[in-house]
Design a protein around this ligand. Structure first.
Ligand code: ADP
Ligand code: MG
Ligand code: ZN
Length: 611
């Protein structure tokens, strides 16, 4: 069996996605690999295919106990012998699984990092042939990442203790240079094959909104997305509770997830969402790592996250099966302040020196600024993200709210001038709020106490709307006409491009959104058509509904989540191709031999009923 045959037979896919094949080749030839691909790109296949081709059993280290079960179920469904070892097994089950493993029953074993340290596990491993160790979510090894797990540091020792050193594959969606370096070092990768694939996810549509009333806005969105399931991320536990209540009161089946809930409830809620018993998950960022529910149709951020890495990772949980999906961020200026506060008051990681802790905070402030720029820019949102990750991008993707929106170019030269003069008259010692207050002729106690009402620029823009001035200010910051530092109380300074405006009469213009496309449904399928033919199948296609219902029944009978049977993308492809024979069924993306044997007949019958 070769790699393409394995891809077809077990997973039902015709071709590798970008980047996958190189990793498969490297690992199969015994070479280490470091693979950085965005969420949903298909990292799992990069070690699952080698596991099938190599002699012996592949170990997959994964941090998420709760998800191993589903991953293993999905593999078993596909005809791959797999098992998991973690603390959710009883001692009896655990020993049986280990015995089976020692006898070569499995091709893939998922294991929690803590297990690697137990002598029993170690002894058994010494008896097994292990050609490959795959480390999923490998960024957990780095203290610089957001999900540092000390137990990941032991992986190195574990590997070193094996009789024969296996190939080691490290997989992550986090791309920063520092984390990548740490992974190579702390896992002791040997001249690894390194690949970072494009971070673009063309099927995701990005949108930023700055609503007056977030709850109202959210309910409007839910109305629009009523046929899909999705995730709403909130910054705090309290936020999660409130938003979840609001949704439930309005008749949506929402569940919640945050670190303050008991383990048991967390697990139950997560399962409710995975098994489609609840359509909306309201959660803090504690939810989602390793979640591979493939049919998440939208991810809404109720609050702005603290950096774009986090945002892209969370938003990326939408549309993993390649179907069109929406990623919407509800922005409010308060979100910036909240994040600033968190950065300044977060307890330091005790494993870092004071100097390192300062550097970390500095990085966090810079990252927060980029996140804020994303929310206020009028440039293409996708391009903004890709540039942040160091990728070249075309300037307009046509699939984000900024590309779709219509903008009026407004001349704001007068406002810009006044702002710059005010900043320099105040000797670059004050922040945004004071500067705006002075310009608008504010009567606050502080203004008077500091004598700012005596300055020349006091009240020069009185009557101007505060929100508009703020927008101008943000634009000046974004374009380097103004600058600010990253301290706790950021003051405004003249930026490197200030002179052009102050002394060279450069015109300052700003794009202001005129019309926000609220209903993109009509436009979107056309646009995505070129990329993916199955996107044409409408959400309310009766055949699709029938196939989903059939899948539901099959999955329920096996007590498994629906996507273990077929993903939404596969069902959609079935609707598009309408196969009539088993041969034709095999042409549907996501239908392999094993799935055909299991489900081909019933799905064919269902399709025939419709044609
Ligand atoms: P991640 O990189 O986030 O770990 P996964 O491995 O969970 O992504 O894969 C995401 C989805 O992409 C899964 O539904 C998987 O079956 C699908 N997928 C992976 N590789 C391919 C491929 N070559 N062709 C079609 N679909 C694929
Ligand atoms: Mg993964
Ligand atoms: Zn765009």
């Amino acid at each position: 069996m070769d790699k393409l045959e394995a891809l077809r037979r077990y997973f039902g896919y015709e071709a590798f996605r970008p980047g996958q094949e190189g990793v498969v080749d490297a690992l199969c030839s015994g070479r280490d690999a470091l693979c950085v691909m965005p969420t949903g790109a298909g990292k799992s296949l990069c070690y699952q295919i080698p596991a099938l081709l190599l002699h012996g059993v592949t170990l997959v280290v994964s941090p998420l106990i709760s998800l191993m079960k589903d991953q293993v179920a999905a593999l078993n469904e596909a005809g791959v012998r797999a098992a998991y070892l973690n603390s959710s097994l009883t001692p009896g089950q655990y020993r049986r699984a280990l015995d089976n493993a020692a006898q070569g029953m499995y091709k893939i074993i998922y294991v929690a990092p803590e297990r690697l340290e137990t002598p029993e596990f170690h002894m058994n491993c010494a008896r097994m042939e292990i050609p490959l160790v795959a480390v999923d979510e490998a960024h957990c090894v780095s203290q610089w990442g957001q999900d540092f797990r000390p137990s990941y540091l032991r992986i190195r020792e574990f590997i070193a203790g094996l009789p024969v050193r296996p190939a080691v594959g490290a997989f992550t969606a986090t791309a920063t240079e520092q984390v990548r370096e740490d992974i190579g070092k702390l896992l002791e990768l040997r001249t690894p094959y390194c690949i970072t694939t494009g971070f673009d996810r063309p099927n995701l549509r990005f949108e930023v909104r700055a609503p007056k009333d977030k709850n109202q806005e959210l309910l409007g969105l839910m109305q629009r997305f009523r046929n899909r399931c999705g995730i709403v991320y909130c910054a705090t536990r309290k936020g999660v509770e409130e938003v979840c209540d609001v949704l439930n009161v309005h008749g949506y089946s929402a569940t919640r997830y945050h670190a303050g809930l008991a383990d048991e409830e967390r697990r139950k809620n997560q399962d409710d969402f995975l098994y489609d018993r609840a359509t909306v998950m309201v959660a803090t960022n504690a939810f989602g790592m390793g979640i591979d529910k493939s049919n998440v149709g939208f991810v809404i951020h109720y609050n702005m996250p603290k950096n774009l890495e986090g945002y892209y990772q969370e938003a990326g949980r939408a549309g993993r099966d390649g179907s069109p999906a929406d990623c919407i961020l509800l922005y409010a200026r308060q979100d910036v302040r909240t994040n600033q506060f968190l950065i300044d008051h977060e307890a330091d990681n005790p494993e870092l020196s004071a100097e390192q802790a300062d550097a970390v905070r500095e990085n966090q402030r810079r990252a927060l600024r980029s996140m804020t720029d994303y929310c206020t820019t009028s440039e293409c949102l996708r391009a903004t993200i890709l540039q942040y990750f160091g990728e070249k991008a075309c300037s307009a993707c046509g699939n984000c709210s900024n590309c779709e929106g219509e903008f009026d170019e407004v001349d704001v030269t007068r406002e810009a001038h006044s702002i710059l003069q005010c900043v320099s008259e105040l000797r670059q010692r004050f922040g945004k709020t004071v500067v705006l207050d002075v310009l608008r002729g504010g009567k606050g106690e502080r203004i008077r106490r500091l004598g700012l009402d005596k300055t020349g620029c006091y009240g020069t823009l009185c009557g101007a709307e505060e929100a508009k001035l703020r927008a101008v200010l943000d634009e000046l910051l974004r374009t380097g006409v103004l600058a600010t530092d990253d301290g706790e109380y950021p003051v405004l300074r003249l930026g490197k491009n200030a002179a052009a405006v102050l002394y060279e009469n450069a015109r300052v213009t700003m794009k202001v959104k005129r019309w926000q496309a609220k209903h993109q449904e009509e436009k979107l399928p056309n646009m995505l058509e070129k990329r993916r033919s199955t996107a044409q199948v409408p959400e309310d296609d009766p055949l699709l509904a029938a196939l989903k219902a059939l899948r539901r029944r099959l999955a329920d009978a096996k007590h498994q989540p629906a996507f273990v049977v077929f993903t939404d993308a596969t069902l959609r492809d079935m609707c598009a191709k309408k196969p009539m024979t088993k041969q034709e069924m095999l042409l549907v993306s996501g239908v392999g031999e094993r799935k055909l044997a299991q489900y081909g007949k019933v799905f064919l019958e269902e399709i025939k009923k419709f044609c």
